[in-house]
Design a protein around this ligand. Structure first.
Ligand code: FAD
Ligand code: NAD
Length: 406
């Protein structure tokens, strides 16, 4: 008897979108129905939403990651540890660094985000971005190195840390940094008054668009811990010595700094541009079914996708929350394609947003209710634990979760 070739399902990226798609598919499909391949740069998944903690050094980088084989059924999902270079849509092949060519019948692109520097000079060369475990580890070590050098040469700019952007990433990172600095000063025998954490934001407010009362609370709490805010101040450039900010119409000012972290913009993966998908800053405006326009076999989810909020006619912000919801629908739609059935439309159901201000404080709006302080901080940990549960069930949540609530 001739054995029919099983459809090849290939998932690119084992972040929130890709990993949740893989674990849902392994439950829904039998081994004789399809072959599932998950391609990821590393053999571990990391919680992107915890990277600011690893970057500040308030959480060890091993706490923010876990091995992918611990949550996938390897009899159903083949993990390929490799870097995707591009997708050849005509040949239906994924080109990778080591495995060269991996054919697909159905493809899920979930490669996440990259830092967007908007062409601002020097940022790529001299500023850090909080975008992977390796980069987070580098930021933490760089800050520690600057503190260690200061203890020897007393160059005060070494103790200045500039964070570009007071969006959610910038504010969450600053919250962790503000908590870490007292310990660092003790460790390196440094007078804490000499340390400067400066947050530079171009918009007229921190966390633009978020609830103004909660934003005021956040700014006041961080200022109390010594953070300086430069609001309505665009970053214009970066050099080895520090950051250049705009002052008024024409003028600029140089702020000497030992560490510059750019947290002022993200875009979708450059693999999207390279593979010639129609996109806006690496994000594909997907069909309601999450298929890429003009394709019946390529789904795009997570930070590489763009879904319009019809109420305001603007894209939903790229978040882990939307990525995991998309993964559920994406898995169902792939099953429908494999078995022959109707595709479902994705409908985003936002549950709210919580922004941490360090381990012990936060602000948020959840199901329309405003939260701040301890209640918001507890909610943030519940959300973090839920993401673990979604990918790896109760055992992963108990192993890696955050249970120090007070
Ligand atoms: P990711 O989860 O980033 O995963 C992408 C995966 O693809 C990674 O495993 C990566 O290694 C892999 N990959 C990338 N390129 C390649 C390649 N070329 N080849 C192979 N593999 C590759 N959102 C929230 O909802 N709540 C939060 O509290 C929150 N906090 C955040 C805090 C920080 C510091 C940051 C940076 C973001 C935060 N976000 C939060 C946003 C959220 O993390 C992203 O929207 C989410 O991670 C997107 O999921 P994804 O699956 O698209 O990509
Ligand atoms: P963002 O785009 O949301 O914020 C970037 C900030 O940088 C903005 O406030 C912008 O005005 C500012 N900015 C841009 N150019 C600038 C310049 N030249 N100089 C100074 N400031 C400048 O980016 P993000 O904070 O990295 O967030 C990315 C995505 O991840 C968003 O969708 C966000 O909702 C999500 N996220 C969510 C959470 C959470 O829910 N707790 C945490 C982190 C990130």
């Amino acid at each position: 008897m001739i054995e029919l070739k099983k459809p090849q399902i290939v998932i690119l990226g084992a972040g929130y979108g890709g990993l949740v798609t893989a674990v849902r598919l392994q439950k829904k499909l039998n081994v004789n129905e399809a072959e599932i391949t998950l391609i990821n740069k590393h053999n571990y998944h990391y919680e992107t939403t915890w990277l600011h903690e690893a970057s500040a050094g308030t959480l060890h980088h091993d706490r923010v990651r876990y091995e992918i084989p611990s949550v996938i059924d390897q009899s159903k999902v083949k993990l390929v540890e490799d870097t995707v270079i591009e997708v050849n849509k005509e040949a239906k092949i994924v080109v990778c660094e080591n495995n060269k060519e991996i054919p697909y019948d159905y493809l899920v692109i979930a490669l996440g985000a990259e830092s967007e520097t908007f062409g601002i000079e020097g940022l790529k060369e001299y500023a850090f971005s909080i975008s992977s475990v390796n980069k987070a580890r580098h930021i933490r070590e760089h800050i520690e190195h600057q503190f260690a050098l200061y203890a020897q040469d007393k160059k005060e700019e070494r103790l200045t840390i500039v964070v570009g952007g007071a969006g959610f990433t910038g504010i969450e990172f600053i919250g962790e940094l503000a908590n870490r600095v007292p310990g660092l000063c003790k460790e390196y025998d440094i007078d804490q008054k000499k340390v400067r954490i400066i947050c530079v934001e171009a918009a007229p407010s921190a966390l633009p668009g978020f609830d103004p009362e909660l934003v005021s609370y956040a700014v006041a709490r961080l200022e109390k811990k010594g953070v300086e805010f430069m609001i309505g101040t665009p970053i214009k450039g970066c050099t080895e010595e520090g950051i250049i900010v705009g002052k008024g119409e024409e003028e600029t000012e140089m702020i000497p700094a030992g560490t510059v972290v750019w947290a002022a913009g993200v875009r979708g993966s450059s693999i999207i541009d390279k593979s010639e998908f129609e996109n806006m800053r690496g994000r594909v405006k997907v069909e309601p079914t999450l298929l890429a326009p003009g394709h019946e076999d390529v789904f795009v989810i997570g930070d590489c996708s763009l879904v319009i909020n019809e109420e305001i006619n603007r894209p939903y912000p790229p978040t882990a929350q939307i990525s995991m919801q998309q993964a559920e629908v994406c898995a169902k739609n792939i099953v429908a394609l494999v078995r022959g059935g109707q595709l479902e439309d994705f409908e985003y159901k936002p549950k709210g947003t919580v922004c941490s201000l360090g381990d012990d404080d936060a602000i948020g709006v959840v199901f329309g209710k405003k939260l701040k302080g301890t209640s918001a901080s507890i909610m943030k940990k519940i959300i973090d634990n839920r993401a673990l549960y979604m990918a790896g069930g109760l055992s992963l949540m108990l192993k890696k979760g955050k249970f120090k609530f007070l």
